[in-house]
Design a protein around this ligand. Structure first.
Ligand SMILES: N[C@@H](CCC(=O)N[C@@H](CS)C(=O)NCC(=O)O)C(=O)O
Length: 213
């Protein structure tokens, strides 16, 4: 299998299925297509039907969306428990991943992933609304399903892959979760995502890529 991804410092969409791929335990290679240069669109179009990364190639099969790639890996590698075994926890983890996939537009737009960035940026009203919802989402999931581990519904799942870019945004833009309804549960959760050794490996690659640029 080959996972085609964008620049690691910036491509939040690529980070998600990369984490899922690593957690699946399957062998894969990476093809990195650099973003943000004049030839980027053409380079991506050459490998992606949607002209977007990430893309997973498995033999003749080409899958071009981060959630579809993650679902495919969960089906192909059932022993990796990429979704929780418990049906209720699984439904909620799926709802969280889907909400992230289609929502939180203001947070994504005003605080794009940039792993090297550290600043304090006051969120605008729409971003604050997203942050309040994010804190509520994490607190609710952790309260109901989080007893068995530090992740959204206990053990690591695809939902955590989808929320890892949010953890980096909170860190990069100095976003204050307590001011958005957090009692410490959401910030502990996002710190757990940042402490994941697989995420840290991605981050190390991002630093090395930046040195090469
Ligand atoms: N819904 C897609 C979104 C993918 C996406 O927007 N990828 C960005 C990079 S993070 C991209 O390829 N942009 C094209 C470009 O920068 O030219 C997914 O989940 O995979």
């Amino acid at each position: 299998m080959q996972l085609i991804i964008g620049t690691k410092a910036w491509s939040s969409w690529s980070l998600r299925p990369w984490l899922v791929m690593v957690k699946s335990g399957a062998a894969f290679d990476e093809l990195r297509v650099a973003l943000r240069w004049e030839g980027a669109s053409a380079a991506i179009a050459a490998v992606s039907p949607s002209k977007r990364v990430p893309v997973l190639r498995d033999g003749d099969l080409v899958i071009w969306d981060s959630l579809a790639i993650s679902e495919y890996l969960a089906e192909r590698f059932p022993k990796a428990d990429l979704w929780p075994k418990d049906a209720s926890a699984r439904a909620i983890a799926r709802a969280a991943a889907a909400e992230m996939h289609s929502g939180f537009g203001a947070l994504r737009e005003t605080c794009p992933m940039d792993l090297a960035l550290r600043k304090v940026q006051a969120p605008d009203e729409a971003t604050s609304k997203d942050l309040r919802r994010m804190v509520e989402l994490v607190r609710t999931c952790r309260a109901k399903f989080g007893a068995s581990g530090p992740f959204l519904v206990g053990g690591w799942s695809i939902a955590d892959a989808f929320l890892t870019p949010v953890a980096t945004r909170i860190r990069s833009y100095g976003l204050d979760l307590a001011a958005h309804g957090d009692d410490g549960v959401a910030s502990a959760y996002f710190n757990a995502l940042l402490a994941d050794p697989d995420f840290q490996r991605w981050e190390m690659d991002a630093i090395n890529e930046a040195v090469e640029r």
